[in-house]
Design a protein. Structure first.
Length: 529
């Protein structure tokens, strides 16, 4: 007897309960091969290439000559290739399936962007080349700056920040410089030394403010997930330097009172910093400059589809209002009769710049990818990016709200759907258990327990790049799991994931006692010779 599972393939009843009890002889699961650490491979006495004997005797290295084996395994080319392919099969990726991490915007990266970024004139340049030899790159940066200013309605932009938190640092340093110029520096007689941050803010917001030297004051949240205007008004004063608000906010909601927030902030002599991490939900539809924003970073990976995560190159340009533009960090691109150049030194246009944020301007590849995305979409396409991101999130919310409990059920959400764990009460299943069970269904879990203002939060962001077919596949799996939890199938969740290579990990111990280095077994004699 067979049934049909949630994605329409035949399966045996309770397959999830029995499959893991009968491990294979090899440790593999069908086409998914078991794979050990590369150091555990039987390849210490070989190498994939032949190198000629060195002509020198290394006498010029003095005490730096190696005396012990290098300690690297030797693999042939097919062994090395298979090792990394097998490892890749153990990773979830946006190229494999939907990646529903809320607040992260794990969207598809068009291959056109990658092709453009690999053009020699962009990929092979060096930051110390004469500026006359990189005119095309400078022109591209100038065009990117133009469109970022156009889309946000802001008069200036700093391209050099490397990521979102780096952009926050840039914006707050510009704000600090502006207050210092007005006689309200942190060490003045009348310092503006406080930054107001909502309870639902990204964690980097209060961290950045504290890093710059400000005292962080929390703003309360209303029952419907927005900034409490009364609390904001009560805490604004002549000691406040800025307010940091994410819009749409981390609860996936648009701040309806954003104009009032801006008005109150400016009346108090403070600046309005907007965390632009969620700009992809409003790009092409709303210009932050029209809302009274003074500074906002833009995560290029979230809005304009440059690669996300992995510790690689990032970019978080910061747009600035007319009041803050003079304090932007050097360098920036300037065009003139002789072409393009970088304004790098104090004096002239850069007289009030707060300094340099980093050694060089930024990540060229990220600029190329972002501009490629803008130009291939056009203004109508970027508007559709926002519309589809919001549509997809509301579709998920609508399809799941009869089984799961939306954190803020009234009205539509923006680009992400937020659920709490109220619907799991009495099931003995937690948010973590539910997320682990999603792995068995082939999905990366959504963001868990964030934002902190929602108990047992499950934050789902489908992004605009997912089709209805893929959304339906994800939704049906979520519905089946929710029904199983409510039906009392606790074993399915408490032991999950059953099909992951290492089953359920002790994540607390892994975080506190990580094994970061492989150690050779006692008594082994290994060398790459």
């Amino acid at each position: 007897m067979s049934t049909m599972n949630t994605v329409g393939r035949p399966t045996t009843p309770n397959a999830v309960d029995h499959d893991y009890k009968h491990p294979t002889l090899t440790g593999g699961r069908g086409l998914l091969q078991d794979e050990h650490l590369i150091f555990e491979s039987d390849g210490w006495g070989k190498t994939g290439v032949d190198l000629p004997e060195p002509k020198g005797d290394a006498s010029d290295l003095g005490d730096l000559v190696r005396r012990d084996p290098i300690g690297l395994p030797g693999l042939s080319e097919p062994e090395a290739m298979r090792h990394y392919v097998r490892l890749s099969q153990k990773n979830h990726a946006i190229d494999l399936a939907i990646y529903p991490l809320g607040s992260c915007t794990m969207k598809h990266n068009p291959r056109l962007n990658e092709k453009m970024a690999r053009l020699p004139g962009f990929s092979d340049i060096h930051p110390l080349q004469p500026q006359s030899t990189v005119q095309g790159a400078l022109e591209l940066m100038d065009q990117l700056a133009h469109w970022l200013k156009t889309l946000t309605g802001m008069p200036a932009v700093a391209l050099s920040p490397k990521a979102g938190a780096h952009g926050e640092l840039c914006g707050l340093m510009a704000i600090r410089a502006a207050h210092r110029a007005a006689g309200h520096g942190l060490r003045s007689d009348k310092p503006r030394n406080k930054v107001l941050v909502p309870t639902s803010a990204h964690g980097t917001n209060p961290a950045t403010a504290a890093f710059v030297g400000y005292q962080v004051v929390e703003i309360a949240q209303t029952d419907d997930g927005r900034v409490d205007i009364a609390d904001l008004e009560a805490k604004l004063g002549d000691d406040v330097a800025a307010i940091m608000v994410t819009n749409p906010n981390t609860c996936g909601l648009f701040e309806r009172d954003i104009l009032e927030i801006s008005r109150l902030t400016h009346e108090a002599g403070a600046y309005f910093y907007c965390d632009g991490a969620n700009f992809n939900a409003i790009v092409g539809r709303v210009r932050p400059g029209d809302l009274g924003v003074d500074a906002m970073h833009i995560n290029l990976h979230k809005t304009f589809s440059t690669p996300h995560g992995g510790g690689g190159p990032g970019a978080g340009p910061v747009v600035l209002s007319e009041a803050l533009a003079p304090f932007a960090p050097a360098p920036w691109v300037v065009s003139g009769e002789d072409g393009f150049r970088l304004e790098e030194f104090a004096g002239g246009e850069a007289e009030q710049a707060f300094g340099r944020l980093c050694a060089f301007h930024g990540q060229m590849g990220m600029y190329v990818r972002a501009l490629s995305y803008m130009m291939s979409h056009g203004s109508d396409g970027l508007r559709q990016v926002a519309e589809d991101a919001v549509l997809n999130a509301n579709y998920i919310k609508a399809r799941l709200q009869d089984l799961m409990s939306p954190a803020f059920p009234e009205g539509p959400c923006m680009h992400e759907a937020l659920f709490d764990d109220e619907w799991l009460k009495g099931t003995d299943v937690t948010t973590l258990d539910f997320a682990k069970a999603m792995i068995d269904e082939g999905f990366h879990p959504m963001t868990m327990y964030f934002p902190l203002v929602v108990h047992g939060a499950m934050l789902i962001e489908p992004t605009e790049t997912e089709s209805k077919q893929e959304l339906d596949r994800f939704i049906e799996a979520m519905r089946a799991l929710a029904q199983a939890a409510k039906a009392g199938d606790v074993e399915r969740f408490k032991g999950a994931p059953f099909h992951a290579p290492l089953r359920r990990l002790d994540e607390t111990r892994a975080a506190r006692q990580p094994v970061l280095r492989w150690t050779a077994p006692e008594g082994s004699n290994i060398a790459a010779e």
